[in-house]
Design a protein. Structure first.
Length: 351
């Protein structure tokens, strides 16, 4: 009898211990499973973050500083997004000219291009004033322009028409009259067919400075000069170099009439497809690269001019009467109605 009671107690104790062990094991398994589920959920969220692919198209050549800057933007966007944002670079008008690319972006294509104020004036007229002759002496005020009330107003006006003005502080160089003759005063340009951008601002300015404005696609300029359908072009040194215009044009006359501001644009439809974080990242990276490449553009221009003079016999004419060209361009401000907005901008910039 005593043995039977003892056996019963032993069995009961073993079952109790087994029950405790089972409970601990179950709790441990449930906790581990819960932790794994949480980890998997976090990993899935990271994997599900939206991947963005955008095409960067421009008219500049493969080796132009603008294309170099676009490559740098693509690199940083990829790095800072953990590889989620990828950009493909299409230089040399391979996706179309600047106006074509802007139109494609407005229609919703994931395309971004570098335009300029003179072209974009067809959407927001007053913005074109930033491209007027001799409005700035150099690139150093570009970042400050973006801090003005006027600029904030322009951003909104562009957005109302379907354009996202990502940044306006890119600098592609100072434009000069490049042809096969020395030019020191506006009269030296009389009768000279000079390629310029095909809008009222540029054609009116070039005409006021004495030349015959001749708009055409940049990709056609080299052949047109070679075949004598053109006498030259007004262009910045990096593009002159990248297009090898030194083969058909021997004078870079340093009129420095336009500071070529790069306006980075895409469509609001594409913008609205991005998260707020990705929008902010794109604006940050484009503005940072824009600021960094401003001085690089100046340095590269000087390097190219030195190389072309020494290797290819290009004459860099620094004897231009800048004041004469400034005086010749003054009436264009009145003609295009930019006097008042120019005064407003200068006041807001503290000039």
């Amino acid at each position: 009898m005593k043995r039977r009671i003892l056996m019963t107690l032993v069995l009961t104790g073993c079952l109790a211990l087994a029950g405790c062990g089972s409970s601990a094991s179950t709790t441990s398994t449930t906790t581990a499973s819960s932790e794994k589920s949480t980890q998997d959920s976090g990993a899935s969220a990271g994997q599900d973050a939206k991947k963005v692919t955008i095409k960067f198209g421009n008219t500049a050549g493969e080796d132009d500083i603008q294309t170099m800057a676009l490559r740098e933007v693509a690199k940083r966007l990829s790095e800072e997004s953990g590889g989620r944002i990828e950009a493909e670079i299409y230089p040399s008008s391979s996706l179309g000219d600047t106006d074509d690319l802007t139109e494609q972006a407005m229609q919703g294509a994931a395309i971004l291009t570098v335009s300029d104020p003179s072209r974009l004036a067809s959407f927001v007229n007053d913005y074109g004033m930033l491209q007027m002759p001799y409005i700035f002496d150099d690139y150093t005020g570009l970042d400050k322009v973006m801090e003005t009330e006027l600029y904030a107003q322009w951003e909104k006006e562009f957005a109302d028409q379907g354009i996202w003005l990502v940044t306006s502080n890119w600098f592609s160089g100072t434009r000069n009259f490049c042809l096969n003759k020395e030019v020191n005063v506006p009269a030296d340009l009389n009768g000279q067919r000079i390629r310029t951008i095909g809008n009222d601002l540029c054609t009116s300015s070039v005409k006021a400075m004495g030349a015959v404005p001749t708009p055409m696609s940049w990709s056609e300029v080299y052949t047109s000069i070679q075949q004598k359908a053109l006498d030259g072009a007004e262009v910045q040194t990096p593009s002159f170099y990248a297009t090898r215009l030194w083969e058909v044009t021997k004078y870079i006359n340093k009129t420095e009439h336009f500071q070529l501001i790069g306006s980075v644009v895409t469509g609001t439809k594409f913008r609205d497809s991005l998260s707020e974080e990705d929008r902010a990242l794109m604006e940050k990276v484009f503005r940072e690269v824009g600021t960094e490449y401003q001085q690089k553009c100046v340095e590269l221009s000087e390097q190219y001019e030195k190389e072309m003079a020494e290797k290819y016999g290009v004459i860099i004419n620094n004897n231009v009467d800048i004041d004469a060209f400034k005086e010749a361009s003054v009436p264009v401000y009145t003609q295009l109605g930019y006097e008042e907005v120019r005064s407003q901008l200068m006041e807001q910039m503290g000039k």
